[in-house]
Design a protein around this ligand. Structure first.
Ligand code: ADP
Ligand code: G3P
Length: 496
């Protein structure tokens, strides 16, 4: 058995490869950002070929850094930005259109039609999802309806659909394997999360041929082997999960009631609900956490569309910080936001509001407001959004969290983590390895080939690096949260 497990972490803004050892510690890492394409306001695309090339490049680089070859690798696990949709021709291997990214709003109006018909109730029941342009189903339909010749080719059985996991596995096996795992399938809005089958009625309504769909499999499973020309040998690809579910696994949230929040491009709070698919009354999604050990487990999810991306906006669009980490000292250089709230509803609002037409809003500006206040208000918005979804989750599950496990790029920000603990009134625990998305994918892959024995073996690897304890009085918390609610109200429905 090889000494390391590779995780391919294909995120919204970068492709990353990490090699882990059996203690779950990072041995080598390589990462590359890739192009974000914004063809129109509210539209977001990626080039699937660039996703593939950057992902292979970083994998080779991470292996070279540690001076290892394919024989040293026990398994590969894949984790990915979810919902992002690729449609390609199975004969040429070429995508028929750019990947339509999860954040893209182009199918909002069609989603409104589904809601007007009342079809959203059926979708909610079968898929656990709230009808929204976020999910893959309406994106596939858009490609078939708008790319010349696509529908004809799809009907002839020549086109395949996949999320990024499927696209990577298909390419790494040189077109031999067309699969997805249950957690990714549960994000398409085409998959029945109770029967674990693609849903005929939804496919019919969205006019999507079943022949395009990948086979859905457990998340810890040998799907196939890498073609030797790619990484120099046949390595089992034996784990796959959507990045948020992978992070839940990597945080060892194996028991019902355990939860984590990932601060990446977006922010995603997931709570394990075990073998029970809990339906939310408060705007959360019911989603498959993973299929492992011959059973499927579920999670409740609060999906926040813009989190770290708001910090990128400060950096790339407003140009008021040079790098993301500068936001921390700048936010701390002022005492508060001077009354300013930033609601980063750049692509509408997800949980618990689900408003496709909300847009980014800054309120409370006065002449004394400096860039430091804006930066602080932007960071605070990540914590407020998390507070909104945590409240919804506690109501739905009847569980009050004692501590929230955190991970993802922006959880490195100590100001943000302390403010998060303050505004929640709940302890925030940051683990030693914050790359839990990649770690979860590695664990899933390693379990399938016997590199790790079982979940207990994995749980032993989890350790806290730092805890943040709440330090804000209740009246201040209430005052701040009331201001946030008022700011959110101003942002709702704007694009309408
Ligand atoms: N110190 C920091 N403070 C605030 N935000 C940060 C910090 N470091 C990284 N980020 C944000 O975190 C995100 C990157 O996190 P990552 O988990 O790699 O995201 P993804 O997997 O979505 O690409 C970026 O959006 C970046 O702006
Ligand atoms: O790229 P991330 O880590 O923000 O994750 C994106 C999510 O998977 C979207 O559902």
């Amino acid at each position: 058995m090889g000494k390391y497990v590779i995780a391919l972490d294909q995120g919204t803004t970068s492709s990353r490869c990490i090699l882990f050892n059996e203690k779950g510690l990072i041995q080598s890492v390589s990462q590359k950002e890739f192009t974000q394409i914004y063809p129109k306001a509210g539209w977001v695309e990626h080039d699937p070929m660039e996703i593939l090339s950057t992902q292979i490049e970083v994998t080779k680089e991470a292996m070279e850094k540690l001076n290892v070859t394919a024989e040293d690798i026990a398994a590969i696990g894949i984790t990915n930005q979810r919902e992002t949709t690729v449609v390609w021709n199975k004969n040429t291997g070429k995508p028929v259109y750019n990947a339509i990214v999860w954040q893209c709003r182009r199918t909002s109006e069609f989603c409104d039609e589904l809601k007007a018909e009342g079809f959203d109730k059926k979708i909610r029941e079968k898929t656990g999802l709230i009808v929204d342009a976020y999910f893959s189903g309406t994106k596939v339909k858009w490609i078939l309806d708008n790319v010349p010749g696509a529908r004809e080719e799809a009907e002839k059985g020549n086109l395949l659909f996949g999320n990024i996991d499927t696209w990577l596995i298909w390419n790494l096996t040189k077109g031999k394997v067309h699969v997805t795992d249950y957690s990714n399938a549960s994000r398409t809005m085409l998959f029945n999360i109770h029967t674990l089958e693609w849903d005929k009625e939804i496919l019919e309504r969205l006019n999507i041929p079943a022949s395009m769909l990948p086979e859905a499999k457990p998340s810890s499973f040998v799907y196939g082997y890498t073609d030797p020309e790619i990484l120099g040998g046949e390595i089992p690809i034996s784990g796959a999960a959507g990045d948020q579910q992978a992070a839940l696994f990597g945080q060892a949230c194996f028991n019902p009631g355990t939860a984590k929040n990932t601060y990446g491009t977006g922010c995603f709070l997931l709570m394990n609900t075990g073998e029970k698919a809990v339906t939310s009354k408060n705007g959360l999604l019911t989603t498959i956490a993973w299929g492992v050990d011959g059973k499927v487990e579920y999670a409740l999810e609060g999906s926040i569309f813009i989190a770290g991306a708001a910090i990128q906006w400060l950096r790339d669009e407003l140009k008021i910080i040079e790098k993301a980490s500068d936001s921390e000292p700048l936010a701390e250089s002022v005492e508060d936001t001077n009354g300013v709230y930033v609601v980063p509803a750049f692509v509408g609002l997800g949980a618990p509001y689900w408003d496709q037409y909300a847009r980014g809003t800054i309120v409370g500006l006065t002449r004394g407001v400096k860039k430091e206040h804006l930066i602080r208000a932007t960071l605070e918005s990540l914590a407020y959004q998390t507070s909104d979804v945590l409240k919804a989750m506690e109501e739905d599950s009847g569980i009050t969290l004692k501590a929230l496990k955190v991970d993802g790029g922006a959880c490195a920000n100590n100001f943000l983590m302390q403010f998060q603990a303050d505004v929640l009134g709940v302890q925030v625990d940051r683990p030693e390895v914050i790359e839990t998305t990649a770690l979860g994918a590695a664990y899933l892959a390693g379990l399938a080939v016997g590199y790790w024995k079982d979940k207990e073996d994995i749980s032993k690897n989890w350790a806290i690096s730092r805890s943040f304890t709440p330090n804000m009085d209740d009246s201040r918390r209430t005052e701040l949260l009331n201001g946030w609610k008022a700011a959110v109200n101003r942002s709702l429905g704007w694009a309408n």
